[in-house]
Design a protein around this ligand. Structure first.
Ligand code: MN
Ligand code: MN
Length: 298
């Protein structure tokens, strides 16, 4: 890994850490999810990074991919278990980190601890040469020790320039794979723990999209979206809120529909625990150098 790439990964990680700290301060009973998301996304830019995806604020049995819609009125409530999943990039080099906060109560302290200890245990053994099943085993064992279940169909992943999910897949259970972590990889390890059955399903279409296959498109509203997204985010995820802010609300739905029709667009689903279990998540980004660097660790 080149030195300037490492520096950019580190800078993204520094910013992401600050965003997690700010999230802890501003996520409270009565706060609007929309205000929190915008404040955190704006802070990333103030600190010299760019959001690598819309702020994910997934509550209770929602595990991932929830971000407020335009004019969203959803508020955080006492007792909510909130997964804040932050993506920051510097010239496309990404920091991916997540933390779970429980608002005003302490009912899910152990559930939150289970995923945090799982990611820490995984980080302790993560280095070039370790197999992905060794990572998965330690994640699963740690979560089960707390009496909870890892979510098997959510996993960690590799990161590359402007790419959020590349091989290897890092499982949250022992998948028996002999695939090894390799020197020079950047990876995100992200255990999810639940009191449910340990599986997520697609709940509904989310506010989050990405350009899957850039294709020429004639419809003006679609072209406007495509040009803005490719220019500003390349193939990283974006959301309706950002489109409304950057190119105006008019024609967004028509444009998205057209991009979808020609197969250029991917709309992420909101992922919900199948049995409505409460979900916690913890995540860090690690550069697998000779001595691994956890770019997002507080
Ligand atoms: Mn993440
Ligand atoms: Mn991730």
């Amino acid at each position: 890994m080149e030195e300037d790439v490492i520096e950019k990964y580190k800078k993204a990680g520094e910013i992401a850490k600050k965003i997690i700290s700010l999230a802890k301060e501003i996520i409270k009973d009565g706060a609007k999810t929309l205000d929190v998301a915008e404040k955190l996304e704006n802070e990333i830019i103030k600190l010299g990074g760019k959001p690598a995806w819309p702020m994910n604020l997934s509550i209770n049995s929602i595990a991932a991919h929830w971000t407020p819609k335009i004019n969203d009125e959803t508020i955080f409530k006492k007792g909510d278990v909130v997964k804040v999943d932050v993506g920051v990039h510097v010239d496309g080099w990404i920091a991916d980190t997540a933390k779970t906060f429980e608002i005003g109560t302490n009912n899910w302290k152990d559930l939150i601890k289970a995923s945090e200890e799982a990611v820490n245990a995984a980080i302790d053994i993560a280095k070039p040469g370790v197999t992905i099943s060794e990572i998965g085993s330690i994640v699963e064992e740690t979560i089960r020790r707390y009496g909870f279940v890892p979510i098997a169909n959510l996993s960690g992943h590799g990161l590359e320039n402007y790419k959020t999910h590349v091989p290897p897949t890092i499982p949250n259970f022992n998948n028996k794979s002999n695939q090894k972590l390799e020197e020079g990889m950047a990876i995100a390890i992200e255990p999810f723990a639940t009191n449910g059955i340990g599986k997520v399903i697609d709940a509904k279409e989310s506010e989050i999209f990405k350009i899957e296959v850039p294709k020429p498109v004639r419809l003006q509203s679609a072209r406007k979206i495509l040009n803005y997204v490719l220019e500003e985010h390349q193939e990283l995820p974006f959301c309706r809120r950002w489109l409304a802010k950057k190119i105006g609300g008019f024609g967004i739905e028509m444009g998205l529909r057209e991009l979808n029709r020609i197969g250029a667009l991917h709309n992420y689903s909101v992922l919900k625990e199948e049995s409505d279990g409460i979900v916690s998540q913890a995540e860090h980004t690690i550069l697998l150098l000779d001595t691994p660097i956890v770019t997002t660790k507080l």
